[in-house]
Write a protein that binds this ligand. Structure first.
Ligand code: ADP
Ligand code: MG
Length: 330
């Protein structure tokens, strides 16, 4: 009989966090069964490893590294899953007028934030010419990727973590979990609520380590934050960080963090990077055109901006100037 007693006593939150994909991946969920909870955790981390082995440019043997080595010379077959994520990335490039561009990596590859290494001006200028998502051609029938120019490289760093947490969320749901969170760095997939109350998601103060600037209550949603404090070094008063403006080939200035929330973590991840690149005005205009998505941007002066859906929840949005201005700009 004792196992009935212990099973009931062990119904609980399950939690684990491990260093993966150059960041921390964590899971937190409610499950009635201790052993099954453990197995679910292992399944999710195994899935993270599988995706990383396929999509990381830091893994020599990954399919994406193979594409980067060969796609300027010949079409390279991409695994179906990778093909789809590249295709979605290119669609988001069109949507964001090139702010989101996975070919940023021709410049991006020259940065090493731990070693404080950055490209000199001549290198940036030369490599910047190779940033253009239109240089990436997909053949749907053959499932191949080709590059139209030598030196083009792709990197899914701005979208892959969203994909990973979305997959983690799928695994939780497949096992009947109704309340949980999967997080990879700045990207989180929330399932349900925290058993009767919303999840409280803190958005970091971009300049005060460990402090939270804003807390938002959320249920059943995805949320992603891009910040200039994630991977960076400061040199002569300039912050060199990991989000590159495709048009200049240099780290974006003017924004300290961009947060996007909505139904799909793949989108919130790519859109948080995009809004960061586009800046407050353009970024919030874009989000205003996407009915399911909202954003919170903190600029270089520490000022906080909200998209129209969050800005004034009590007001009648239809009469506000933002709400009437939006459709014309979409
Ligand atoms: P994090 O990696 O901290 O979650 P983001 O989601 O904002 O942050 O992704 C930043 C990553 O996106 C960078 O580390 C880089 O790999 C990639 N990246 C940088 N600039 C761009 C860009 N303009 N378009 C697409 N991806 C980018
Ligand atoms: Mg992102």
């Amino acid at each position: 009989m004792f196992f009935f007693v212990s099973a009931a006593a062990l119904a609980d939150w399950h939690a684990d966090a491990r260093p993966k994909m150059g960041t921390e991946v964590s899971v937190y969920f409610w499950h009635e069964d201790e052993l099954q909870g453990e197995a679910i955790i292992e399944e999710i981390f195994a899935e993270v490893d599988r995706i990383n082995a396929l999509m990381s440019t830091y893994v020599e043997s990954s399919r994406i590294s193979d594409i980067n080595r060969r796609a300027a010379d010949e079409p390279v077959v991409a695994e179906q899953e990778l093909f789809q994520l590249i295709r979605r990335s290119l669609d988001i490039s069109v949507l964001t007028h090139g702010a989101f561009d996975i070919t940023y990596d021709s410049v991006g590859q020259h940065y090493d934030f731990r070693e404080r290494r950055r490209p000199d001006d001549a290198t940036t200028e030369a490599e910047r010419q190779r940033i253009n998502f239109r240089y990436v051609t997909l053949d749907k029938a053959k499932g191949t990727v080709s590059f139209e120019q030598q030196g083009v490289r792709i990197n899914l760093g701005g979208i892959a973590k969203g994909y990973v947490v979305e997959r983690g969320g799928d695994i939780l749901r497949q096992h009947g979990v109704d309340n949980g969170v999967v997080t990879a760095g700045g990207d989180s997939r929330l399932i349900g609520d925290r058993r009767g109350r919303p999840w409280m998601i803190g958005i970091r103060d971009p300049r005060k380590d460990g402090e939270v600037a804003i807390s938002v209550p959320l249920e059943d949603e995805a949320i992603s934050t891009s910040g200039d404090y994630e991977r960076f070094f400061d040199e002569d008063g300039i912050r060199y960080h990991h989000i590159i403006k495709p048009s200049s080939g240099r780290p974006v200035e003017g924004v300290h963090s961009a947060t996007v929330l909505g139904p799909d973590a793949v989108m919130t991840d790519a859109l948080s990077t995009s809004v960061f690149v586009m800046g407050v005005d353009e970024g919030l205009k874009l989000i205003g055109c996407l009915p399911d998505y909202e954003a919170i941007v903190i600029d270089a002066a520490g000022q906080i901006y909200y998209s129209t859906g969050l800005a004034d929840p009590g007001a009648d949005g239809a009469d506000s100037p933002e709400a009437t201005a939006t459709p014309g700009t979409c």
